[in-house]
Design a protein around this ligand. Structure first.
Ligand SMILES: Nc1ncnc2c1ncn2[C@@H]1O[C@H](COP(=O)(O)OP(=O)(O)OP(=O)(O)O)[C@@H](O)[C@H]1O
Ligand SMILES: O=C(O)c1ccc[n+]([C@@H]2O[C@H](COP(=O)([O-])O)[C@@H](O)[C@H]2O)c1
Length: 210
């Protein structure tokens, strides 16, 4: 059975870094579908500037014409902190027996042992880890509790950590929010429909309440 791909993010906003890595994970692991999961309350970082509704709207705009990418609203519908472990328990109940592949950038892997219930996450899913400029995998930076799980795929079950070589795009949501705040152009950092949404709504603009 093909693994189900899962991509959690704050997506404040979703951008081409996210979307390109999603496509490359789908190709590498021959996934038929990959669920994008905007979180409601990120447990580990400052809260997003855009509302949950705005982040959902932008995520929908980003993938509406992209085969295989599915917007999954389960974290937005769940009250409280959006812990990934709870999400994976829920997905595993919905797709019994289906291998789960949760994808992330290298920066996320390097802090993974601080995640709530990270050991349980690895009982439920394997991790596909994508390149991110400025974040390298080396023996000093990766927790020893994770390093023995490193592999190359294919996905044979939960608990594998599978770094893959992906196109490095130095795009971040933080940089996009700063540009939007300053009234700079956002073209080619995110899908045009998302850039248009940000422009039209005044989201992130210093002179507009969002
Ligand atoms: N350009 C990128 N290259 C590789 N991975 C990325 C990139 N941007 C985001 N990711 C990964 O996507 C996931 C969701 O990221 P997130 O929505 O927080 O975007 P971000 O650009 O890192 O946002 P922010 O700047 O607000 O922290 C994380 O696992 C992160 O590592
Ligand atoms: O569950 C946790 O403890 C946890 C800690 C850090 C990050 N996450 C999830 O990892 C994904 C990427 O996080 P972020 O901050 O880079 O958007 C997103 O789905 C977060 O909810 C989850």
């Amino acid at each position: 059975m093909k693994p189900l791909g899962l991509f959690g993010g704050t997506f404040d906003p979703i951008h081409l870094g996210h979307l390109r890595m999603a496509i490359e994970v789908m190709e590498t692991f021959e996934l038929e579908s990959l669920h994008l999961l905007p979180n409601k309350v990120p447990p580990h970082r400052p809260q997003p500037l855009a509302s949950a509704e705005q982040r959902l709207a932008m995520t929908r705009l980003a993938v509406e014409a992209v085969p295989g990418l599915v917007v999954d609203e389960r974290e937005l519908k769940r009250p409280g902190d959006s812990y990934t472990v709870d999400t994976l328990e829920d997905v595993a109940r919905e797709f019994p027996g289906r291998p789960l592949l949760f994808m992330m950038g290298m920066d996320s892997l390097l802090s993974f042992t601080s995640w709530h219930g990270w050991q349980r996450i690895l009982e439920l899913a394997s991790l596909a880890v994508c390149c991110r400029p400025g974040h390298r995998l080396d023996s000093d930076s990766l927790d020893v509790q994770l390093s023995w799980r490193l592999g190359e795929g294919p996905v044979t079950g939960p608990g594998q950590i599978l770094p893959i070589t992906t196109t490095e795009l130095a795009i971040s949501a933080t940089d996009i929010r700063t540009r939007a705040k300053n009234g700079q152009r956002l073209d080619f950092l995110l899908p045009q429909a998302v850039a248009d949404y940000i422009q039209a709504s005044g989201l992130y603009r210093a002179d507009k309440a969002s």
